[in-house]
Design a protein around this ligand. Structure first.
Ligand code: DHB
Length: 387
């Protein structure tokens, strides 16, 4: 048998096991794959801490079973994610896969979820099309179209007439650029140029020089979590703030993981996103306090995706009494609950998250920098799926 066909046979056997023999065992396993090392390590660190907090708060039992969470490091390399997912399904017989810190890592794993009928909870990656890559994918993070449309509308209504866009050149960047530009133009705005930087080893100096020369009213930016601080530093060093070019972005840029170290250049930056550590609800205040006490750093939007993702899996295991496969997937769909970010829904049709999107401004509060929410669009479905 070819290696590939052998893999397919193993995955099919795992799919049968998910519905049958597994139901006898007292322990169920969840396989979490995260970039714990490499350029996206902050995403892994945030989600890992959120998972640990969730387990400490809620216990390790669901549906009458003990739940074991296996966390694996893919270092942000898609071939590694795929291999780890295969091992978790075939050898460890996990009932669900979770994590996925970057879009290519989620896309690489989608066929394994489909072939083995294993629900796959995407806690971080945010390209709109990911949920269409497998009927077993459910998402607890967000989509870039959700975030980009709201900031485009805000800009057009707030004296921003000419914009340059700057995004990282891969899935979520494509989505951010496309949905920002179309919404901004629909509202009468003018896009002077669309710039891109590579995912790995981005140096922002050349593109920032170009932006300076184009002299727009505002620069719209999407960068993945972890790159915001370096970008902000170069934005300040090139004097773009002093040149009167406003910075607007998705909240990935003023990421709570790095925001507090960005300094005065970040003050006043307006972004749109689904989560801020400063979200003023009782549930979020408790979430942030408990998270900081346990992890010793501030939770960001990745952490909330991980914490809510655990909720989705555990509630579904309660419903299925620990069974996996199609039953577990069905029990994930349609979950409606209060999250530290506000009310969220796992849309039963799209398996994607429906949530409030906030417009926020960076302000200093009690000596610390925060994304302070000042406007909200309620219950936003992924615009990428309304085509
Ligand atoms: C993705 C990664 C990020 O760090 C982020 O902030 C948004 C999207 C992604 O690869 O999908």
């Amino acid at each position: 048998m070819s290696t590939r066909r052998h893999h397919l046979a193993l995955l099919a056997a795992a799919a049968l096991a998910a519905g049958g023999a597994m139901a006898q065992s007292d322990t169920v396993k969840i396989g979490v794959i995260l970039p714990m090392t490499g350029p996206s390590a902050s995403t892994g660190r945030q989600i890992d801490a959120a998972i640990k907090l969730w387990l400490a708060q809620n216990g390790v039992r669901a549906g009458g079973r003990k739940v074991e969470v296996l966390v694996k490091d893919d270092a942000g390399v898609a071939d590694t994610t795929r291999r780890l997912a295969q091992e978790l399904v075939v050898n460890d017989k996990v009932v669900a896969l979770a994590g996925f810190g970057l879009t290519p890592l989620a896309l690489a794993t989608a066929p394994i979820a489909t072939q083995s009928k294993t629900p796959m909870l995407v806690m971080a990656a945010a390209t709109s099309s990911i949920t269409e890559a497998s009927p077993y994918i459910v998402r607890s993070s967000f989509t870039l179209p959700q975030a980009a449309v709201s900031i485009a509308e805000w800009a057009a209504k707030n004296k921003v007439k000419k914009v340059v866009t700057l995004v990282t050149d891969y899935g979520p960047g494509n989505d951010a650029e496309k949905f920002f530009v179309s919404q901004f133009q629909l509202n009468g705005g003018n896009v002077l140029d669309k710039l891109r930087t590579p995912l790995r080893g981005a140096d922002f100096a050349p593109v920032l020089q170009k932006v300076r020369d184009l002299a727009p009213d505002a620069l719209f930016v999407f960068l993945p979590s972890g790159q915001g601080a370096q970008f902000m530093k170069q934005f300040g060093e090139r004097g773009l703030d002093k040149a009167g070019i406003r910075l607007i972005a998705t909240g990935d840029v003023t990421d709570d993981d790095q925001l507090n170290d960005m300094g005065d250049v970040a003050l006043g930056v307006v972004t749109s996103h689904h989560y801020s550590a400063a979200h003023p609800s009782a549930m979020n205040r408790k979430f942030v306090a408990d998270f900081q006490a346990a992890a010793k750093f501030r939770p960001n939007f990745m952490a909330v995706g991980g914490w809510d993702g655990m909720r989705v899996i555990f509630k579904a295991l309660d419903t299925t009494k620990g069974a996996g496969g199609d039953a577990l997937l069905a029990a994930m769909k349609g979950q409606l609950f209060e999250s530290p970010r506000g009310q969220v829904l796992i849309d039963a049709q799209t398996r994607d998250i429906v949530q409030d999107i906030y417009i926020r401004k960076v302000e200093r509060k009690d000596g610390q920098l925060y994304n302070v929410e000042f406007d909200v669009q309620k219950s936003v479905k992924d615009p990428g799926k309304l085509k």
